[in-house]
Design a protein around this ligand. Structure first.
Ligand SMILES: C[S@@+](CC[C@H](N)C(=O)[O-])C[C@H]1O[C@@H](n2cnc3c(N)ncnc32)[C@H](O)[C@@H]1O
Length: 249
């Protein structure tokens, strides 16, 4: 059940949706449709976006050094998407957040410090602020436009969550986090492990399962994190989405 903050995000998404916005959300590059299905009220990533997203995800997961070449085009792409992101991503917000919410239901800890990597417009961070009222929550994103949107939703409650323009590849934190989340994000394995406090958990969730552009199969997540010393707590499906939970001993 979404909490008050996420209900606020959901109602904003609903109230701002319009046919005009939907059509703009479907616009692609060079006439290629990046998002499809808007006529049915469900904008889903189109095939081109899925192929590109999977290529970026695979490159970052296997060869982290490739990120230095991908960072600028990825940032520009998401800067351009920020205005219409919620209308697309939130076509069914409960479904969109279902794998993250299910993973949070299975968390073996109550986190005090939370980092949401690739927070976009802050949907996951806002959902977690509703669940973990005492937690310090930081959402980071390379896209300044995404972060500006995220901040605009929480302007009435300064400081919770905090949204920063930052790159997961070089983001640092002295104390480490009890929980790191990535919703619809390539898994930055090495950085996540460095940023996790002992006993801390990582949650990786994909809203559209294998149809998510930045999808990582559960096996890749399990082996990527276990090679770096994390234990798998759970993985599974929720609605059309998938999730993985790992824990640092
Ligand atoms: C597919 S969007 C998901 C946004 C949000 N989590 C959601 O599900 O609505 C991926 C986001 O990750 C951000 N991103 C990609 N690589 C990143 C990195 N290395 N560090 C921080 N943010 C990153 C992008 O700018 C983009 O906003």
């Amino acid at each position: 059940m979404p909490g008050p903050a996420s209900r606020c995000w959901l109602s904003w998404v609903r109230s701002s949706s319009s046919c005009t916005v939907w059509r703009r959300g479907m616009a692609g590059v060079g006439g290629v449709v990046l998002f499809s299905g808007a006529m049915s009220g469900q904008a889903r990533p189109g095939p081109l976006l899925r192929v590109l997203g999977r290529a970026v995800t695979s490159a970052v997961a296997r060869f982290p050094a490739t990120w230095q070449f991908l960072r600028v085009p990825v940032r520009r792409f998401f800067d351009a998407q920020a205005t219409n992101w919620d209308e697309r991503a939130g076509s069914d917000p409960t479904e969109y957040l279902a794998p993250l919410s299910t993973a949070l239901d299975h968390l073996p800890i109550t986190p005090g410090r939370i980092l949401d990597i690739g927070t976009g417009t802050g949907a996951a961070a806002i959902e977690m602020a509703a669940r973990f009222a005492d937690a310090e929550i930081v959402g980071i994103d390379v896209s300044a436009e995404m972060i500006a949107r995220a901040r605009s939703y929480t302007s009435e409650s300064p400081g919770r969550p905090t949204f920063l323009v930052a790159d997961a590849a070089d983001f640092e934190h002295d104390e480490g986090f009890d929980l790191i989340t990535m919703l619809n994000m390539p898994p930055f394995f090495d950085r996540v492990v460095v940023l996790l406090a002992p006993g801390g958990c990582v949650v990786h969730a994909s809203s559209h399962g294998a149809r998510t552009p930045f999808f990582s199969p559960p096996g890749v997540l399990r082996s990527g994190f276990s090679r770096r010393g994390l234990q798998t707590v759970a993985s599974g499906c929720a609605g059309p989405g998938t999730f993985y939970i790992g824990r640092r001993p």
